[in-house]
Design a protein around this ligand. Structure first.
Ligand SMILES: [Zn+2]
Length: 477
């Protein structure tokens, strides 16, 4: 608790102390969302220096600190930017570049030149002098074009097609079928819904169970038909291209009993469940896809644990190990799973979230461990986005995050740093479905690090996550 008090005090001082008397503090906006301050940006020799973590972790990157070399590395996608404290030399993917103003340590935080690093990782940066805001646009944020308005989505009278009516051409679209559960996805690009997201219940329709539609991204609309077991669908458009039709047919007759789901658990799976005190996923929740994201990987090591100045552990390896244990447990419980990675590979920026969105996952769980510039902080924290309350897919990110926090703290026995609303983090910002990030313990804290290295820690981390996911799935139906 002493640590918490100490940290809180530091944060309060940083956030309230004006940088220069008489001027408003500089703020940072990332894709239109203000990045929350843990220490305010400072202006040095006409350049804005920002807390490396606050800004570049919000961007989905990873920031690591090498205490021995006094070097800070920012990894985003395939870009690696290395800065040495108080040095005007920087390295972008190993190539030397000159800086006007070096990275500095100010009040115990590494502060780095925001424009230089943002541009090095492919962002656009502009300065709003009037409001004193540094505007950063991440590479995926394209300019807005006029959007076609989807005016109505209706089931035809015969019930064998869905009619989509727009105020302009439905020019750019994709459609594909996904399994488990079987569904036809029709995605219209450069489009926006006339009203809110919704669902059309289709009753005992032989082709589909329901039609769901949503503003999938800010400029695309998704219509998903949940198919019955033997139905399939095709997409066509009117000559004017202002109307699209999703037409369904039943491929083969249902055989009696084929729709019944087997929920029996094999002896082998039951043994795994018993070992960890887990229950099986209920039949009705087995179709809900859970995406497990072991943080970092490949060139992106994540944070690193040091003993006597030597790196002894990479976060990416612990995260993967925990995730693989979790995979084994959730499989035994009968959950539908997708693993972002099962090996030590580099995943391009935003690929993780795009994949989960593409798959139409119901839940996203990101496995991480923490680090800090000094060795003081320790313990467990969980992050989530507040946008999924009321729940989506029957799952509340907040409830799951709070349950995870409670369960992890009780099983791991580490300091309780709380379940936190962190809308700026890329993982929860870019995922459509409820998403939660676990930060198990601190690689930068010697006691935490010792524990992280053990099987006991990894087993309890995975077991706690499995338990909470199974509970969330079972509560969602
Ligand atoms: Zn991490």
């Amino acid at each position: 608790m002493a640590t918490m008090g100490f940290l809180l005090l530091l944060v309060m001082i940083f956030c309230t102390a004006p940088v220069f008397a008489g001027t408003d503090p500089v703020r940072i906006s990332l894709d239109g969302v203000e990045v929350q301050c843990d220490s305010p940006p400072v202006i040095a020799e006409g350049r804005t220096l920002v807390s490396a973590r606050a800004v570049f972790e919000a961007m989905g990157g990873d920031v690591s600190w090498d205490a021995a070399a006094r070097e800070i590395a920012v990894n985003i996608g395939d870009r690696n930017v290395k800065l040495k404290i108080d040095s005007k030399k920087a390295y972008i993917n190993g190539t030397e570049k000159a800086l006007d103003v070096p990275a500095r340590i100010i009040k115990n935080r590494t502060m780095i030149p925001v424009r230089f690093v943002s541009e090095a990782v492919g962002c656009e940066v502009s300065w709003d002098q009037k409001n004193r805001i540094v505007n950063i646009l991440s590479p995926s944020n394209e300019e807005e074009t006029a959007l076609t308005v989807i005016r109505s989505i209706e089931l035809s009278r015969k019930g064998d097609s869905v009619i989509v009516d727009a105020d302009g051409e439905i020019a750019d679209f994709t459609s594909f079928v996904m399994k488990n559960p079987s569904r036809l996805v029709f995605e219209i690009k450069n489009a926006k819904l006339n009203g809110k997201d919704g669902t059309i219940q289709t009753g005992d329709n032989p082709y589909m169970k329901a039609i769901r539609y949503s503003q999938y991204t800010k400029d695309s609309v998704r219509i998903v038909a949940d198919l019955t077991e033997h139905s399939s669908g095709t997409v066509s458009r009117s000559d004017s291209m202002r109307t699209a039709y999703l037409t369904f047919e039943v491929r083969e007759p249902d055989l009696p009993g084929e729709n019944e789901q087997d929920v029996s658990v094999s002896e082998e799976d039951q043994a795994v469940l018993d070992q960890y005190g887990l229950s099986a996923v209920a039949a009705g929740a087995r179709q809900k896809l859970v995406v497990i994201d072991p943080g970092h990987g490949g060139a992106d090591t994540g944070s690193r644990g040091y003993e006597n100045g030597t790196a002894v552990l990479n976060e990416k390896d612990v995260n993967l190990d925990v995730a693989l244990r979790l995979q084994k447990m959730l499989k035994a419980a009968g959950a539908e799973l997708y693993m972002i990675r099962t090996e030590d590979v580099t995943i391009p920026l935003y690929d993780r979230q795009d994949t989960a969105n593409e798959l139409g996952a119901s839940l996203y769980l990101s496995i991480h461990n923490n680090s800090y510039i000094n060795s003081t902080p320790s313990g467990t924290e969980v992050h989530y986005h507040g946008k999924h309350d009321p729940p989506m897919n029957g799952i509340s990110a907040m409830e799951l995050a709070q349950n995870l926090q409670r369960t992890l703290v009780s099983n791991l026995g580490l300091q309780n740093r709380g379940a936190k609303v962190s809308p700026e983090l890329a993982v929860v910002r870019r995922t459509v479905m409820p998403a939660v990030i676990i930060e198990g313990a601190f690689l930068s804290n010697p006691d935490d690090l010792k524990y992280i290295k053990t099987d006991d820690f990894r087993e309890k981390y995975a077991m706690s996550a499995a338990k909470c996911i199974i509970e969330a799935l079972n509560a969602s139906i």
